[in-house]
Design a protein around this ligand. Structure first.
Ligand code: ADP
Ligand code: MG
Length: 362
């Protein structure tokens, strides 16, 4: 109110505006409008993928807090590439009969992941480290992108591992052989944990917790996972957010959009996200733990079919949305299991699954 009066006064006597008045006006704006709502955006790299934010906040810009939280999460807890991270230390403890004490946060992460492994019949498995390092598809996809095209004679050429190598790495995997007892983990010799399938979901879960009291609305995305915050439309609180879903048959297009309420986590897994092509086979970064090969690629890797579907999961837990999108992707594209089993898995965790394929979003 006082601010409006001041502005009217300013209109009547524009010449009288002085530095002191500007200061008073500014402090009035800041005090009267503790809830001054502004739009903030940001884009950066996190966990080898793109982190981006677009929010309206009445509490300042959350970007700095988000990015430093993400970097801490990656370097101190989740990255297997960093020896000093908790996952790095767990991996170094493999084969130690004494095991390793877990932080409460890591114990919760691993327990949730192992529950998804169990329920998915092993389609989701965080012990695939030996295999993911052998295929090295995240890095290969990046190199191939940098080189331009596989047809480029100067460019990067991917050589898939031999079937013997795949079987040897597969023998070092298997969530059933991990023991967690009395807050300690016992990892068998040679086994390596890889939390790549849930890192972005865990990050978004922490972001939602950090921002839960803040007057904020918008979206934060990390790789294939998105968090919706608050109301899309303040005057129409029931209006949902519309999240665009990439068409896996032509990733430059959207297959459509799905409506989700604020406070949702939406994760998509597809074979178009990170892959390299060699000899007509698409080697992508989502592996079938039963074969040791990228989902849809036949063993041995002499030929292969592409995965038929991408999968999108909507749920109220960040880690679960990410874990389930990977698990449901593996199951939906397994000819012996199929989309219906994938949908049932999502429902058992209170999540919704969308199948995205040549027929659009189902
Ligand atoms: P994106 O990283 O593209 O969002 P995901 O969240 O599905 O995709 O995670 C892919 C990563 O998960 C891979 O790079 C690999 O590290 C790991 N991974 C691959 N296959 C599996 C699987 N079947 N179960 C668990 N983790 C997997
Ligand atoms: Mg995932």
């Amino acid at each position: 109110m006082r601010l409006v009066c001041f502005l009217k006064e300013r209109k009547r006597h524009p010449g009288r505006l002085c530095a002191g008045c500007v200061c008073i006006a500014l402090s009035l704006v800041l005090s009267a409008c503790g809830s001054l709502v502004k739009t903030y955006t940001g884009t950066d790299l996190l966990m080898g993928t793109v982190l981006s934010m677009k929010v309206e906040s009445g509490d300042g810009d959350p970007w700095e807090e988000l990015t430093s939280m993400g970097q801490d999460l990656e370097t101190r807890e989740l990255s297997w590439r960093i020896e000093a991270s908790e996952v790095g230390r767990i991996n170094a403890s493999a084969g130690d009969p004494e095991g390793l004490e877990l932080s409460p946060e890591m114990e919760e992460i691993l327990t949730q992941c192992l529950a998804v492994s169990e329920e998915s019949g092993g389609a989701f498995d965080i012990t695939l480290g030996a295999l993911t390092q052998l295929w090295d598809l995240d890095r290969a996809a990046l190199k191939m992108q940098e080189a331009g095209s596989s047809a480029d004679p100067e460019g990067f050429t991917y050589t898939p591992p031999s079937d013997e190598e795949v079987q040897a790495a597969l023998a070092r995997c298997g969530y059933e052989r991990v023991r967690i007892e009395e807050h300690r983990i016992y990892l068998p010799e040679g086994m390596r944990i890889d939390l790549g399938a849930v890192g972005k979901g865990i990050f978004l879960g922490r972001a939602a917790e950090a921002l839960q009291e803040a007057p904020i609305s918008g979206t934060i995305s990390a790789g294939g996972s998105i968090l919706t915050l608050g109301n899309k439309n303040r005057s129409e609180p029931s209006e949902p957010w519309n999240i665009g879903i990439v068409d896996p048959t032509d990733p430059s297009q959207l297959a459509g959009a799905i409506p989700v309420p604020g406070g949702s986590f939406v994760s998509t897994s597809g074979d178009y996200e990170r892959y390299v092509e060699a000899d007509g086979v698409r080697y992508h970064h989502l592996l079938d733990p039963h074969t040791g090969y990228p989902v849809g690629v036949k063993r041995p890797a002499s030929g292969g079919a592409e995965a038929n579907f991408a999968v999108t999961i909507v749920c109220t837990d960040g880690l679960l949305s990410d874990a389930l999108s990977t698990a449901c992707f593996v199951i939906a594209n397994d000819p012996a299991r199929g989309p219906q089993q994938a949908r049932e898995l999502a429902e058992r965790f209170g999540a919704q699954m969308y199948l995205v394929g040549a027929d659009g979003i189902l």
